[in-house]
Design a protein around this ligand. Structure first.
Ligand code: PBG
Length: 327
């Protein structure tokens, strides 16, 4: 009987040995926490399909922001449930709107926190599509001007990073140009470069009431079947001036994350979306999986695939575990 010379198990024998050969480590600095901002005061309303996630009023969001910063989280990304919606989403560029107010309150509460804002119109339009609609079709070029207005309002309020999520052609170029003209050439853009038309956004749309009233987003978000198209989208956004490239969702698109990192060597983000969070929460509530271990495994898979940054509803839970020495 011939024994193998190579025995991979030798290095798995003890916890110390295993810790020495660990290839991927998670750190709270790599996690960005999404927050949902609602009008009002002292509001903290749990989102039904996202247990542990809340709609927060500006005051509550500001204290959450400093709490997250103290836990080691460096950035939050803000989404709005605005006071009012209309056909074109004009409350998105109101300087007194909910996001500019939240940015200011957060920067006051945690000056070093990187306040990232999502730029899109689906939360602000009455029909729930990501811009101006005509005959059921999203109007690309007409929407770009409004996107720049929204970005400038966020920039003026003190945002540190902006993240356009509408999958409009030319959005990064328009934003870069508009920001530079407006005196914000230092403000980086994290582009939702490869964003797929995914069923995993379901709980998010409940959280911000942004489900499209008619039709779907398939004429602007990508077909989950497409790999090379994702590479072309990323290449375009880099040419147009994106500083960070995002792939969204994360879990069913780890091959895309991997290849984007390998091919473009840019700072790369993966969005661990609402449905991915909800699945784990639901199965854990039923006692079918170990929530903590599954969370760590999922976040590690994204990091291992090549994500430098992970936008995740688990940010606080992970940072909490880390602080307690449990992760
Ligand atoms: C669009 C936007 C969406 C998400 C982030 N930005 C939803 C969509 O495209 O319908 C989804 C995030 C999630 O599911 O966690 N503004």
């Amino acid at each position: 009987m011939s024994f193998p010379i190579q025995r991979p198990r030798r290095l798995r024998r003890t916890p110390t040995l295993r810790s020495m050969i660990k290839e991927t480590t998670l750190n709270p600095e790599a996690l960005i926490a999404p927050l949902f901002i609602v009008p009002g005061d002292k509001v903290k309303r749990e989102i039904g399909s996202m247990p542990g996630q809340y709609q927060l009023s500006v005051d509550m969001a500001a204290s959450k922001a400093s709490q997250l910063f103290d836990l080691g989280i460096r950035s939050v990304i803000l989404f709005a449930i605005p006071e009012s919606k209309d056909e074109i989403g004009s409350s998105a560029w109101n300087p007194q709107g909910i996001i500019p107010r939240a940015i200011k309150a957060m920067k006051a509460a945690a000056p070093e926190l990187i306040v990232t804002t999502d730029l899109c119109f689906c939360e602000y339009t009455s029909h729930g599509h990501c811009g101006i609609m005509k005959d059921g079709v999203l109007q690309n070029d007409e929407t770009l001007g409004n996107l720049v207005r929204q970005a400038l309002v966020h920039a003026e309020a003190g945002a540190d990073l902006i993240a356009p999520s509408g999958m409009l052609d030319g959005m990064v170029r328009s934003l870069r140009h508009g920001l530079d003209e407006g005196g914000f050439s230092h403000l980086p853009i994290m582009s939702y470069a490869a964003k797929f038309a995914s069923a995993f956004y379901g709980p998010f749309r409940e959280a911000v009431q942004s489900a499209p009233e008619y039709g779907d987003r398939k004429s602007y978000q990508m077909d989950p079947a497409n790999f090379e198209e994702a590479m072309r989208e990323v290449a375009l956004d880099i040419e147009e001036g994106a500083d960070i490239i995002m792939v969204k969702p994360a879990l069913s698109f780890l091959d895309i994350v991997r290849e984007v990192k390998r091919r473009f060597a840019m700072p790369t983000a993966a969005y661990n979306v609402s449905g991915e969070y909800a699945m784990i929460k639901a199965a854990a509530q039923k006692g079918w999986i170990d929530e903590q271990r599954v969370m760590l495994e999922v976040l590690t898979s994204m990091k291992r695939a090549g994500a430098d940054l992970i936008i995740t509803y688990f940010a606080e839970a992970f940072a909490d575990l880390r602080q307690k020495g449990l992760a």
